[in-house]
Structures are given as structure tokens and as C-alpha cells.
Design a protein around this ligand. Structure first.
Ligand SMILES: Cc1ncc(C[n+]2csc(CCOP(=O)(O)OP(=O)(O)O)c2C)c(N)n1
Length: 480
């Protein structure tokens, strides 16, 4: 069975549509099975790329012009469904595409050769760290210049065009250098579909002299992608569920903890189903904030070792069984590897793998399938939640400021807390804001985005632009 891209399901709870790439309609061919012919003047490489982007749900591309992408930008801008958003530098364009991808499921940016490419690189690395499908398009050298010893401007002055490509190799999952028309259709398709399948950024370089040239492969609307879904190995799934149910059903006070990979596994809803079925206390890892509904009655806060929400670590660390869904234990999230967790008490569920205690381990098991099936087999047990309830003391309020007192951080964040609703999203910047935003209590439907793995300062500015633009699109679409 194939899954059309537009039907990839939602990940984040309530109104936040992260992980639902694209506008639901992109993958349906209406009427004739044979895709529509396009005007000869529109059968160019540039227009084809633009049509593909629109088709997967990218209606906005974040760009900075430069000599190597000017013609390409002309052809992208000519596509009615595509809006070009000029940014003041490439790093911001990349951050904006990252924010856009978080809300819309996929994002794109267009920059110029090397001087732009190397500038956007840090944003692409951040998107890689967050497993975001992002199409990074670079206007590349003239195809006739390959194989010559020419020195191009906007480079470091060596007659080697591969420097930018080599930089992108470690921060993208696929690179397409398009310098002839014969292969262009194939290369663009492979790059875009790889980004969607692997949920990682890809790099597409388009020879600057090619964007305006028509070619027979671009003479029809591209056939929408139909990506085959990943499937669980049925036997592995059944065995993993059975072992996990036995492990959890015999525990006295089991708990659940959601981690950041719930997003890429598209398993947020399945995780909530498990929480509802088991009645367990549920916590979130700091890097998973926004992926677990904090308004859920059994939510006990952020599990972050010694710096957890009050009373949360006590419950998690004293549990005799815990299931972590999609964790990443890095130096930050593990508070310098100081978490008081024991492997033999843990079930670790990764996007396609389940490990129970020190073993057994089950591969080819999708997190979403596993959590859903496990939910059907769990005995209800709210002991950990009851224990939390027994020790929980509500947080105090910051002291009221006297007139003319300097504004204190705790008062500032109290105001921010009051502003949050289902219509808001918090885009938390690295630094102090990051730590204070962690403590915000997110109402139902309130989005939350940050970059806990990569932590690049300045990310939130561009990301807010992209996220807001994508949310506007979604809001507008729901009014139509
Ligand atoms: C691109 C990048 N460079 C450097 C750092 C290291 N760094 C982390 S926090 C920080 C200071 C941030 O200052 P500010 O934005 O004023 O935040 P605050 O003082 O509120 O923490 C720096 C430089 C980083 N995270 N990212």
C-alpha cells in the first residue's frame, strides 16, 4: 500500500500541525490520470522545481538573491502557488525554512553559490539535528564551467567547485548537483523525495544557466509523489508488545516519559493513547517539550534529572519500570550523564526499535504501531500518579514587584505564561530564555519549538518568521 505524502499523519497534539507535511490536496490527481501539459514557456527546469515544491506543500521559499540564483528565482517567482520571501541573510533564510518545516512538515530556502551556501550551512545543520525535511536549493556554477580551471567569484578563489558540496555532505542526507537537463528531473525528484522519506535536509545545486531552459521532461505537471510507508515487522511487533506488556503489567508503579523523537516517529497521538490506556504518570524530557500534552490530567512535568520539575524526578526515578518513547540522552538532557535511571527498569522505544531492559531488543518495529498495540494490552495502573499527587505541593508565586522595581525574570515569565493560549506558539531561543521557557505550562494546542540538540543563538528569529508564515497558511486554508 502506498501512502500519499499529503496523508502523512499529525504528530503534535491538538492544533499544532507539526509533522503533517503539506496541504492534504497535493497528492491527488484529479480527473485524467495523465498529468496536464504545461505551456512550452513554462516547461523550464526552474518552473518544474517550483511546481514540485508547491506540490509537496512548500508555498513559501525563503531566499537571498545572488548572481548564481537570479534566473532560478525569476522562474520560482513565476509559479502562482509559490511565494518568495526575501531574507536579509542566508542564515536567517535557513532558520526560517526550519521554522516553516516544523509547522508545515517541509520547508525550503534558495541561496547563491558558496558565499550563500556556506552562510546557510549552520541552519541546515540545525535542521538535520532536529530531523526536519528541508530542501536547500543553491544556484550553482554555469554547467559549462565544470571541468575548466575557471575561478569563480563568491568562492575562496580556487578553481574547484566542490567545496560547497563537500560542506553540505555532512549536514544533508542527499546531495543533487544538477548540471545537465537530461538528469535534472530525476535528480530533483530523488532529492525531494529523500528529504521527505528520511525527514532530513537535502542539498540541490542548480547550474545557473539551466533554470530558464525548457526540456521535454518538464512538459507535464509532475506526477505527485506516492511514498511507500515504512511497515513494522508483524512478528517483531507482536513479540515486542508481548514482552513490554509483561514487563509493565507486573510493575508496581510504572511511568511513561516522552522524548524528542516522538516527532520524527509521528507517534505523539499514539503516545497519548498509551497514557490514556495505562493511567500511568507521564513526564516529558526537556527536548521533547511540546510533543506531550501538558494539560493531560496525568502529566507530572519535565523529567530532567536533578533539574526536573518539582516532584517529577522523584516519581520517575523511584518507579520500578519506565517506558521512554523517543529519548535522546545527550550531555544536556542527561544533566552531564547524571540521570538516576537503571537500564534494567527501562523500555526504550525508538522510531523503529524497542529495547526492553538489558534485552531483548526488537528491530523493524515502528514506534507508532508499538505504542498503539501496547495500549491495548496494558493493565490500568495509576499508582505512580497517585504517589505524585500525594507529594505534590503547588508552586509559589513570585513576589509582587513594587512600583519602580527592576523587572525580574520570574515576573516577566509570569506575564508570558498568562499570554499563552491555544492560539499561541512559543519559539524558545538558546540561552536564558531556553531555561525559563522550559518552565512554562503549555495550554492545550499551544505550540512549542526550540533547538535543544543544536542550540544555535539567533535561530528563534528566523524560525519565528517561517513558523508564523506556515501557521498563517494553515489558518487561511482552514477558512477556505
Ligand atoms: C551560533 C552560536 N554561537 C555561540 C553559542 C554559545 N552561546 C550560548 S548562549 C550564548 C549567549 C546568548 O546571549 P543572549 O542571546 O543575550 O541570551 P541570554 O543572555 O539571555 O542567555 C552564547 C554565545 C551558541 N549557542 N550558538
Amino acid at each position: 500500500m502506498d501512502t500519499k505524502i499529503g496523508s502523512l499523519d499529525n504528530c503534535k497534539p491538538a492544533s499544532n500541525d507539526v509533522c503533517s507535511p503539506v496541504n492534504g490536496t497535493v497528492s491527488t490527481i484529479q480527473g485524467s490520470v495523465y498529468p496536464a501539459v504545461v505551456n512550452f514557456s513554462e516547461a523550464t527546469l526552474g518552473r518544474h522545481l517550483a511546481r514540485r515544491l508547491v506540490q509537496i506543500g512548500v508555498n513559501d521559499v525563503f531566499s537571498v538573491p545572488g548572481d548564481f540564483n537570479l534566473t532560478l528565482l525569476d522562474h520560482l517567482i513565476a509559479e502562482p502557488g509559490l511565494n518568495l520571501i526575501g531574507c536579509c541573510n542566508e542564515l536567517n533564510a535557513g532558520y526560517a525554512a526550519d521554522g516553516y518545516a516544523r509547522s508545515r512538515g517541509v520547508g525550503a530556502c534558495v541561496v547563491t553559490f558558496t558565499v550563500g551556501g556556506l552562510s546557510v550551512l549552520n541552519a541546515i545543520a540545525g535542521a538535520y539535528s532536529e530531523s526536519l525535511p528541508l530542501i536547500c536549493i543553491v544556484g550553482g556554477p554555469n554547467s559549462n564551467d565544470y571541468g575548466t580551471n575557471r575561478i569563480l567569484h563568491h568562492t575562496v578563489g580556487l578553481p574547484d567547485f566542490s567545496q560547497e558540496l563537500r560542506c553540505f555532505q555532512t549536514v544533508t542526507c542527499y546531495q543533487a548537483v544538477v548540471n545537465n537537463l537530461e538528469d535534472a528531473h530525476d535528480m530533483i525528484d530523488t532529492a525531494i523525495s529523500t528529504a521527505l522519506k528520511e525527514s532530513k535536509p537535502v542539498y540541490i545545486s542548480i547550474g545557473c544557466n539551466l533554470a530558464a531552459i525548457p526540456h521535454p521532461t518538464f512538459a507535464r505537471e509532475p506526477v505527485p509523489f506516492a511514498l511507500s510507508p515504512k511497515l513494522s515487522n508483524k512478528m517483531g511487533l507482536e513479540a515486542a508488545v508481548e514482552a513490554a506488556a509483561e514487563f509493565l503489567n507486573k510493575a508496581v508503579k510504572p511511568v511513561l516519559v516522552g522524548g524528542p523523537k516522538l516527532r520524527v516517529a509521528k507517534a505523539c497521538e499514539a503516545f497519548v493513547e498509551l497514557v490514556d490506556a495505562g493511567g500511568y504518570a507521564v513526564a516529558v524530557m526537556p527536548s521533547g517539550k511540546g510533543l506531550v500534552p501538558e494539560h493531560h490530567p496525568h502529566f507530572i512535568g519535565t523529567y530532567w534529572g536533578a533539574v526536573s520539575t518539582a516532584f517529577c524526578a522523584e516519581i520517575v526515578e523511584s518507579a520500578d519500570a519506565y517506558l521512554f518513547a523517543g529519548p535522546i540522552y545527550n550531555d544536556y538532557s542527561s544533566v552531564g550523564y547524571s540521570l538516576l535511571l537503571k537500564k534494567e527498569k527501562a523500555i526504550i522505544v525508538q522510531p523503529d526499535r524497542v529495547v526492553i531492559g538489558n534485552g531483548p531488543a526488537f528491530g523493524c518495529v515502528l514506534m507508532k504501531d508499538f505504542l498503539r498495540e501496547l495500549a491495548k494490552r496494558l493493565k490500568h495502573n495509576n499508582t505512580a500518579y497517585e504517589n505524585y499527587h500525594r507529594i505534590f505541593v503547588p508552586e509559589g508565586q513570585p513576589l509582587k514587584a513594587a512600583p519602580k522595581d527592576p523587572l525580574r525574570v520570574n515576573v516577566l515569565f509570569q506575564h508570558i505564561q498568562k499570554m499563552l493560549s491555544s492560539d499561541s506558539a512559543v519559539i524558545a531561543e538558546t540561552g536564558d530564555s531556553w531555561f525559563n521557557c522550559q518552565k512554562l505550562k503549555l495550554p492545550a494546542g499551544c505550540g512549542y519549538e526550540f533547538q535543544m540538540q543544536y542550540g544555535s543563538i539567533g535561530w528563534s528569529v528566523g524560525a519565528t518568521l517561517g513558523y508564523a508564515q506556515a501557521r498563517r497558511r494553515t489558518a487561511y486554508a482552514s477558512l477556505k
